[in-house]
Design a protein around this ligand. Structure first.
Ligand code: ADP
Length: 179
């Protein structure tokens, strides 16, 4: 499912982010960067143990920030690890911190001159961020960042569940209507 409008660059697919042959995949990590469950566990499993070795050298990562490593055995060349906010009801700067995750990942990708990047639905698993609130923040932040950015050619939202895919399709049509 793709959407034109402001940008032909933003699409959503249903799938497994570890299988995406893009320049960088984004990992929804925790502050230790030393692995976890969900998409984090899947990425470490697919990348192999060398990913954890590199992550050990990074000294963790703050909520809303991101750090890059190589992709090792993944089809993606790079992994950008970001730490989303834990949902605490919405009055704890969750929306700014979530937007910051997407912005920092895109900044790092641009610095590295990467062209294609795949995001999972950051914070919407164990961290409990409601999907229908997180999704428009993800789309708006990416849309705003890509305005005037000539480096990044495609951003793929990789939805693991049908529910999240349906949610992304809904908001992409609403926020990036086909012209
Ligand atoms: P968080 O702790 O940031 O909530 P999770 O890994 O628990 O991170 O969940 C984030 C999102 O990633 C959820 O929507 C979950 O369904 C999704 N997810 C889990 N595994 C994968 C995968 N292999 N590829 C893409 N998305 C995934």
């Amino acid at each position: 499912m793709s959407s034109n409008g402001t940008s032909k660059k933003i699409i959503a697919i249903q799938g497994d982010i570890t299988q995406q042959g893009v320049d960088a995949i984004v990992n929804a990590a925790n502050e230790s960067l030393l692995g976890g469950g969900g998409v984090d566990g899947a990425i470490h499993k697919a990348a192999g143990p060398a990913l954890l070795e590199e992550c050990r050298t990074l000294g963790g990562c703050n909520v809303g920030d991101a750090k890059i490593t190589k992709g090792y055995q993944l089809p993606a060349q790079w992994v950008i690890h970001t730490v989303g906010p834990v949902w605490r009801g919405g009055n704890d700067q969750e929306d700014q911190l979530l937007a910051s995750c997407y912005n920092r990942c895109l900044e790092i990708a641009t610095e590295k001159r990467l062209k294609t990047i795949a995001f999972p639905a950051i914070s919407t698993g164990v961290y409990g961020y409601p999907l229908e609130l997180a999704t428009p923040i993800a789309i708006q932040t990416v849309k705003d960042f890509l305005q005037g950015n000539t480096t990044i050619q495609q951003v793929i939202f990789v939805c693991f569940s049908l529910d999240s895919y349906d949610c992304y399709k809904h908001f992409l049509l609403e926020m990036l209507p086909e012209k």
